[in-house]
Every structure is written in structure tokens, then in C-alpha cells.
Design a protein around this ligand. Sequence first.
Ligand SMILES: Nc1ncnc2c1ncn2[C@@H]1O[C@H](COP(=O)(O)OP(=O)(O)OP(=O)(O)O)[C@@H](O)[C@H]1O
Ligand SMILES: [Mg+2]
Length: 293
Amino acid sequence: MQNAATSLERGRQTTSGNEPSGTRHRRAPMSSRPVVQVSGVDKVYGNGTVALKGAELTVKEGEFVSLLGPSGCGKSTLLRIIAGMGDATRGSVKWWEQDHTVVGTEGRKLAFVFQNATLMPWARVYKNVQLPLDLEGVAGSQESKAKIDEALAMVGLQGFEKAFPRELSGGMQMRASIARAMVTEPNLLLMDEPFGALDEMTRNKLNDDVLRLWRAKGWTVVFVTHSVYEAVYLSNRVVVMAARPGRIVDDVSVDQPYPRSSDFRVSTEFAGYCRRVSKALERASQMGEEPAE
Ligand SMILES: Nc1ncnc2c1ncn2[C@@H]1O[C@H](COP(=O)(O)OP(=O)(O)OP(=O)(O)O)[C@@H](O)[C@H]1O
Ligand SMILES: [Mg+2]
């Protein structure tokens, strides 16, 4: 992870060639290496629902990209396809410019954080966080224990190792879920509305935690949210989707430096980006159904 973090910091000095349409880039911070490339992806479910049509998305190393759009526009579908948890009906997904066989190899690991913490209720926090290492068959080693301790410390759950999920607040449960994703040392982190059910204060705090970890760990992040404010606060880019069929209709760069703090939330720049993204979302919501071919 040291290397990834270093390359992230280095990447912040460089210029990205990934210019979204209709937006200006004064300073593009990331490396130009694509981690995810979604090309011409359609998704038609078995019942005939066209969840995605012609989705195109490139996410570069070290980027924090949010997917924003009205309910039912296909955000989760797209994220699941990116994760390899569902097949595209048409089109292709590449990870690190190759097919799915590279996932899980060194430097190319992905982890998924769901909307609900999805912890095992009968297992203590430590055991829950250990689960991916159990599945990899490496739990129990000194190295694994160190990874679990580090992950729990980074999400602020030291001292809660022996607690059961029911003994944690909703925010703490989500932090345990993030720790569980962290122990696999992912390079690509996919998060599907992880903080949607939490109150604003807790969400703001977890947003700061995720940004801190993102910077420290050098993750590439794709983050689904319904919140314009959350998307702008967190992201380098906000990708806006429209529904029926789900498609990407806008891509707004949030060209503001990190670290971001509560000062950013009350700045005129933040308000300006929120206005721009809200307008894009409004346009997306007003887009009618595309005529069937
Ligand atoms: N397994 C499925 N079978 C059939 N249709 C599905 C399935 N999963 C999702 N859909 C449909 O695909 C469309 C996109 O759903 P998806 O869950 O990706 O939307 P979303 O943008 O994540 O919505 P939300 O913001 O409410 O979570 C919706 O019309 C939904 O009803
Ligand atoms: Mg969803």
C-alpha cells in the first residue's frame, strides 16, 4: 500500500487526459492509468427491464468518482457490473486494462461496501472483520492479525473488537464494514450508498474518515450516492445518470484540493459545485424515456 499511496500523491501533481464534456479542468490530479473501463454496457434484466444503455465510464488510478442519479437509474446495477457481480448484456468492462482474471492479483484487488453493513450478527466485530481473510484461507497468521488491528484502528474501532454488531451504533457498524473491506488491502473500492441510512453528522464524519483513508491508502473509489452534497464533498468527479434507460448524461469535475474540511462545506466554491451538480441532476431527472428502437 505504501507504493500505491506514493503513486497517488505523485499522481496528484500530474495532468489527466480524462476531460469530462462541458467542464473545465484547471488542475487534474490523478495518474492517467485506467483502473476501470466500462464500454458500451447495456444491461437488460430477465424481466425485460433495460437498466443500462450504452454506459461509458473510465475511472483512473487514484480517482474518487461518485455516481449520482434518480432512484432506479441503474447506479447499483452499474456498480455490480463493475465489481463483476453481474454480467453486462452487451459491452465490456476492463479492470487495469485487462479482463476479470487480473482481479485479485497483486495491486489489483477490489472490495465492495454495501448500503447495509451486512455484518454477521452472531459474530463479534473482530471475527466480522476477519471474514475476508478466512475466505482467503490466511486468517490466524501474525500478518493477518496485524492487518485486522490496523483496519480497526484506522476506522476508530479499537476497543470494540469483542462487541457484537447489535452493540454498535449504525455509524460504527458501517465503520466495521469498511474495516472488513480494508483488510483485503483493496486498490479499487466500490461503495453503494454506504452512508445513506445515517444522520447527517455521522455521515459527515464518515465522509471525512473515508477521504482520510482514501488518501492514506491510495485507493481508487467509485461511490454511489443520492446526495449532491456528499458527492461534491468527496469526489474528484461526479458522474450523473438518467433513468429509463439508465445512462450517463454528465460528468462534473470538482477541481478542489484535498484535504477537504468543514470549511470547504461552507465555501462559495462548494455551493457553486453543488449548484452545478444539482442542475445536472435536474436535467437528468427531466430527461424522458428514450424511444424504443
Ligand atoms: N434483479 C433485478 N431484476 C429485474 N430488474 C431489476 C433487478 N435489479 C434492478 N432492477 C431494475 O433495474 C433498474 C435499475 O435498478 P438499480 O437498482 O440499478 O437502480 P439504482 O439507481 O441503484 O436505484 P436506487 O437509487 O433506488 O438504489 C430499476 O428499474 C430496477 O427495478
Ligand atoms: Mg441502488
